[in-house]
Design a protein around this ligand. Structure first.
Ligand code: NIG
Ligand code: FE
Length: 412
């Protein structure tokens, strides 16, 4: 017995053949069917179409979606969901005038989170992370990438990735993992970056690979963190283990990280708040997805990724949350979609494409996730009654998602 959803006001993001991504002008089109039905069987989407072709004699559970929109669940391709505790004190410090950089220099920031995570047991870390994951699933996230990077010791980095793997086993949401040992220099290596790079490359990386804990590798390529040389060294080493790059670049400074990522065939280059023409040129003709993180810009009051320039150059863009304790303590993809429209001047069609099919691409999942397509995962959400899909980003802060199904299972 399957689940048959009938009388759907608009079934959004439908496709006949899975596509890799949507780019440039095509991002402004969101294929849809008015007055539609959708059939989910076992874990998959098995049929959909106009109501006049809906199956008549059947034994399926029927859901009436009159007045409601059905769309694929969000694909959040950049998060750090597995972290311990929070950084609410730094939030207050920033309100009182300290900058993100000043807090980091004082030993706050990533190092603060690393200390908490090193002290937390694997069980506590699992419980805190599972609670966050459950929240974002209810908000419509059906596939998510999770990075390490708040461990900064071999043991703690492996702990994060093991927790992420366990979450993947215990929840229907698809989780992709990324090794981000090169996120910040731990205090013990304050004046010894080469020593830390050696630890990341020669101790952490082989262990992550031998336990098959990650598919992707990441580095915070930024002034004051890791430079182009470090990035090159890490990506070169990661090749040996077939780890694909998905890297943090251009958050505060543009100095060639995008081009380097493209050269190493990165699946995605993420942040891009600072983007120059060379970066745009490097992305053209590549297989690398540009990923913007609007709620990070919102929370830190830094520039937004220039999505218009990226799209107008004919390129694809994905949007993700960056859920983490320091720069984005929120995993709400609905807010990300709204903010992309409000602050980055993306149209609702572009933002929804960026948060579904393009987000799926940025996790290597566009064949199974990110659209309503026969044979893809039964990952869908049903909104409450809304006038049109434009209402979803328009009514920012309002939760329009009434029901979520991930791999055919109802999430509540
Ligand atoms: O993606 N930019 C680097 N890392 C995280 C946040 C780091 C933190 O403050 O904890 C990010 O924004
Ligand atoms: Fe991040």
């Amino acid at each position: 017995m399957g689940i048959l959803i009938i009388n759907i006001k608009t079934l959004l993001q439908v496709e006949d053949q899975p596509k890799k991504w949507v780019s440039g002008k095509d991002m402004n089109t969101l294929p849809n069917i008015e007055n539609a039905f959708l059939l989910l069987e076992d874990e998959l989407i098995t049929d959909f179409g106009s109501m006049n072709s809906a199956p008549e004699h059947h034994t399926h559970e029927v859901i009436d979606a009159t007045g409601k929109i059905v769309l694929p669940t969000w694909c959040d391709s950049h998060t750090h969901v597995v972290y311990a505790g929070n950084r609410e004190q730094e939030f207050v410090d920033r309100i009182n005038g300290l900058s993100y950089e000043e807090i980091a220099i004082r030993g706050g920031g990533i190092l603060n989170s690393a200390k908490r995570l090193q002290e937390a047991s694997e069980e506590t870390l699992y419980e805190q992370s599972a609670a966050r994951l459950e929240e974002v699933m209810k908000l419509g996230t059906g596939a998510i990438e999770i990075k390490s990077g708040y461990g900064l010791t071999t043991e703690a980095e492996l702990k994060i990735l093991r927790v992420a793997k366990r979450l993947n086993q215990n929840y229907p949401v698809t989780i992709k993992t990324t090794f981000l040992g090169a996120h910040a220099l731990p205090l013990d290596y304050k004046d010894n970056k080469a020593g830390y790079m050696d630890l990341v490359i020669n101790d952490m990386l082989p262990k992550v690979a031998s336990e098959e804990l990650a598919e992707y590798v990441d580095i915070f390529c930024e002034k004051g963190y890791f430079d182009l040389e470090d990035t090159k060294q890490l990506l070169e080493a990661a090749k040996e283990y077939n780890l694909i790059p998905k890297i943090h670049v251009n958050q505060f400074n543009a100095f060639g990280g995008v081009g380097l990522g493209v050269k190493y065939n990165a699946l995605s280059v993420d942040h891009l708040e600072e983007l120059n023409e060379e970066d745009i040129e490097a992305l053209k003709g590549s297989n690398t997805m540009a990923v913007a993180l609007p709620s990070c810009s919102y929370f830190l009051s830094i520039p937004y990724t220039p999505a218009r320039r990226i799209i107008d150059a004919g390129l694809p863009i994905a949007i993700a949350t960056d859920f983490n304790p320091g720069s984005t303590p929120s995993g709400n993809m609905n807010f990300v979609v709204s903010t992309a429209c409000i602050k980055m001047k993306m149209t609702p069609e572009e933002a929804i494409n960026a948060a579904t099919i393009n987000g799926a691409y940025a996790m290597g999942l566009s064949e199974t996730h990110g659209s309503i397509c026969k044979g893809k995962k039964a990952n869908i959400m049903i909104t409450k009654e809304v006038p049109s899909y434009n209402y979803l980003p328009y009514s920012f802060g309002e939760n329009c998602i009434e029901q979520v199904y991930i791999e055919g299972k109802s999430i509540s």
